[in-house]
Design a protein around this ligand. Structure first.
Ligand SMILES: Nc1ncnc2c1ncn2[C@@H]1O[C@H](COP(=O)(O)OP(=O)(O)O)[C@@H](O)[C@H]1O
Ligand SMILES: [Mg+2]
Length: 314
């Protein structure tokens, strides 16, 4: 067989995208499909197969693509109910409002809450070529949630590999121009967290804690998981820090003040700010109107600014 003629035939259909290698009776072609949508990629591969076909030879194609530069911010806590989902939603919205193209992944298989927080409950994502298309939300932040993949309550029985597969579908979805994904993790240090740090390599993690000691001990466990895996901690957010009186707005500190900040300092990580325990936050969240979407937000925007600054610097 004329190897030169083979290369020319392949180049005629694929240009510089194809690299041909001949090994015995096998023609191997590596196709670089970077930047191509699935239909164009499939068409290119089919054209290469036709162009490379020679009697008595076996054609093998491998399609590669440079992955889009997309950075993940994992939002984690040691235990549930500390406000991880509330912070994730508001952080994503505040980042988007600050001009960052941000998407939101709800990876909490046990209690997915983002569809409600982001006012798209009941909306199912579509898929194109088996790749999920995130759901648009009223807040300029596309969303994919475990809650959109499974029926409520079903995922609890999932085993590790199923969990990992579902997480992969959410993260490797068609996020379009979004270059930052905020990932709302389940509480604790289970399968989802392990898959996250090992396979998806977040750029950094934000840890959420409440002022109570127990939550701080739990938070340290979450911090440990990321640090051991070499994922940098962007910082700690203290949620339900002090009680905002619904009548006068004054913030008091039933659990004492500064515990989380001190714990962060002790652990050598940045303190990103505190969110008061404020009934209006819960009411707004339940209504699918995250406070960060409001022009008068003074709580989440500064936290998002610090996260954005960290992303620029790292
Ligand atoms: N700062 C806050 N003030 C008032 N309620 C809050 C605050 N943060 C969270 N909540 C409420 O507490 C509950 C648990 O918060 P959530 O974000 O779902 O926690 P997690 O995701 O860690 O389990 C929700 O009802 C939420 O609306
Ligand atoms: Mg949650």
């Amino acid at each position: 067989m004329d190897e030169n003629e083979l290369r020319q035939a392949v180049r005629a259909v694929a240009g510089e995208r194809a690299t041909v290698r001949l090994e015995g009776q096998r023609i191997g072609v590596v196709i670089d499909a970077s930047g191509l949508e699935a239909p164009a990629r499939d068409a290119l591969e089919a054209a290469v197969r036709m162009a490379a076909a020679r009697p008595g030879y076996d054609v093998r194609t491998v399609v590669t693509a440079e992955r889009a530069q997309r950075r993940l911010i994992a939002v984690a806590s040691g235990k549930g109910g500390v406000g991880k989902s509330t912070l994730s939603a508001n952080l994503a919205i505040a980042l988007a409002r600050a001009g960052r193209r941000t998407g939101l992944v709800d990876a909490d298989i046990y209690g997915p809450s983002q569809p409600r927080l982001m006012a798209v409950e009941g909306t199912r994502p579509e898929a194109r070529d088996k790749v999920l298309l995130p759901v648009a939300t009223p807040y300029g932040v596309p969303l994919l949630s475990m809650g959109q993949l499974v029926e409520p309550g079903r995922a609890i029985a999932w085993r590790g590999p199923m969990t990992a597969g579902a997480l992969g579908q959410l993260i490797d979805a068609n996020w379009g121009v979004a270059d930052t994904l905020v990932v709302d993790l389940p509480p604790g240090t289970g399968d989802v967290q392990l898959t996250m740090v090992q396979k998806h390599r977040p750029a950094g993690a934000v840890i959420v804690s409440t002022p109570q000691d127990l939550a701080l001990i739990d938070a340290r466990r979450a911090i440990d998981l990321f640090q051991k895996a070499g994922v940098p901690i962007i910082g700690l957010v203290e949620n339900m820090a002090g009680y905002a009186c619904p009548h006068c707005g004054e913030v008091s500190d039933p659990f004492g003040r500064g515990g989380a900040e001190a714990a962060a300092r002790e652990a050598g990580i940045a303190f990103l700010g505190r969110v008061p325990l404020d009934l209006s936050i819960r009411i707004a969240s339940d209504a699918g109107e995250p406070p960060a979407a409001r022009d008068d937000d003074r709580i989440f925007a500064p936290i998002a600014a610090q996260v954005a600054e960290w992303l620029e610097a790292n």
